[in-house]
Design a protein around this ligand. Structure first.
Ligand SMILES: Cc1cc2nc3c(=O)[nH]c(=O)nc-3n(C[C@H](O)[C@H](O)[C@H](O)COP(=O)(O)OP(=O)(O)OC[C@H]3O[C@@H](n4cnc5c(N)ncnc54)[C@H](O)[C@@H]3O)c2cc1C
Length: 380
């Protein structure tokens, strides 16, 4: 069988790409290693993504507009999003729905573990483990197979920096933890994570609690245990999950005949580890560039240029924030103090919800700048 495009990996990035390609009339196959895969993930997505991709409301289990940031000393800043919310999805349902959308659009969706990709005169030959899917040919490839991308290895893309190892546990609601069911909590606390943060995300019938670190001298299980103790939960989790998060784009994620999208390309923002939005946006942008490439001969490099044009400032800003404020507990204390400022909250939520960097008026920028300097001096 021969396809115009093979999309390898059926998570959010791959399914969005496959749907877009199929809608444009390109023969497309989406290959996912395991339809029952449950991606370890907090499942927090911004309103802008829900609107853009028309995520049905039954998939958005909670719409949360309240959030707490907690400092190492236990100072709690409660914030409200007046113009939006964080949506909570459950990845097993979310990913299945996205794959179904790709199938409805006309893509072939098949189960098999991609094992080898061999360049040929007119594209690639793809083989799956034990030939679960008969070997197939594709003129072009979109690698959407996550942080440990086989596509990237087979096609010799520059390495992914797998930085953060993250662990999450799920707890069924009980009277003891019911109080967490309507608010997002973020813990900036060196005992919970020496360089990232801990999260408490409420879902319809459970709490997802997790932490991450890029410092591999720390044992992630021990950090998670300490976090649960600090929250004061004695209930037993019904699921433990862990995975790596790549928090830096690869040096390049485009080749002449292949591109990488989502985690495979390293498109997760530093500081907050947000990846679903960038997976779906990169899947869409990558597919659009692929359509232009196959129909009009435009170079695939346009995809990477466009992604970087739109989002490099956000990646840069968050990298600086993480490098400055996530280093010590004193600096984390300062960071949480800054979160108390209404203007800081407004800018943070505006840019989170729609990923648009809207510059604040000058007086506000000056105020935030001086507060940052004050708290930085205090924190260090
Ligand atoms: C613990 C944790 C919590 C997180 N919380 C959040 C959060 O709350 N919000 C947020 O925005 N982001 C979060 N992220 C990041 C987010 O999960 C990822 O950025 C996102 O899933 C990337 O989507 P993707 O489609 O690129 O990759 P993935 O979701 O990893 O999908 C890749 C798919 O490829 C398949 N695959 C892999 N190898 C092969 C192969 N050889 N052949 C065929 N198929 C293959 C996999 O089975 C998988 O279905 C979290 C990550 C972790 C680890």
């Amino acid at each position: 069988m021969r396809y115009d495009v093979a999309v390898l990996g059926g998570g959010p990035s791959g399914s969005v790409a496959a749907a877009e390609l199929a809608r444009a009339g390109l023969s497309t196959i989406l290959i996912e290693r395991n339809f029952e895969n449950v991606k370890p993930c907090g499942g927090a997505i911004p309103l802008g993504l829900i609107e853009e991709f028309r995520i049905p409301s039954e998939l958005v289990e909670k719409k949360l507009s309240r959030m707490k940031a907690r400092s190492p000393k236990g100072r709690v800043i409660e914030m409200n999003m007046p113009n939006g919310y964080v949506g909570m999805v459950r990845r097993e349902k979310f990913d299945r729905w996205l794959r179904t959308e790709a199938e409805k659009a006309g893509a072939t969706v098949a189960e098999g573990l991609v094992n080898t990709i061999t360049p040929s005169a007119d594209g690639f030959v793809i083989k799956t483990l034990n030939d679960k899917i008969a070997p197939l040919k594709a003129a072009r490839i979109i690698g959407a197979d996550g942080a440990n991308s086989k596509t990237a290895d087979e096609l010799h893309f520059p390495p992914n920096e797998l930085k953060v190892i993250a662990m999450q546990q799920r707890f069924h609601y009980s009277p003891a933890i019911e109080k967490f069911s309507n608010i997002v909590e973020i813990w900036f606390d060196g005992e919970v994570s020496p360089d990232f943060y801990g999260w408490i995300f409420p879902k319809a019938d459970h709490l997802a609690i997790g932490t991450g670190t890029e410092d591999h001298r720390h044992n992630i299980k021990a950090l998670q245990r300490r976090f649960i103790e600090k929250i004061g939960i004695t209930d037993k989790p019904y699921l433990d999950e862990a995975a790596k998060i790549p928090m830096k784009p690869r040096k390049s994620f485009t080749q002449e005949k292949a591109i990488l999208v989502g985690d495979a390309a390293g498109l997760v923002t530093p500081a907050n580890g947000e990846g679903i939005f960038f997976a779906m946006r990169s899947g869409k942008l990558g597919a659009q560039a692929m359509i232009e490439h196959l129909k009009n001969g435009a170079p695939l490099a346009n995809y990477e240029k466009e992604f970087r044009r739109l989002y490099a400032p956000i990646f840069f800003g968050l990298e600086v924030l993480q490098a400055i404020y996530y280093k010590t507990d004193r600096l984390r204390e300062s960071f949480v103090a800054i979160c108390a400022d209404d203007d800081v909250q407004q800018i943070t939520f505006d840019s989170y919800l729609y990923k648009k960097m809207v510059p604040a008026p000058w007086p506000v920028q000056m105020k935030i700048f001086s507060k940052n300097i004050y708290h930085l001096i205090k924190g260090s």
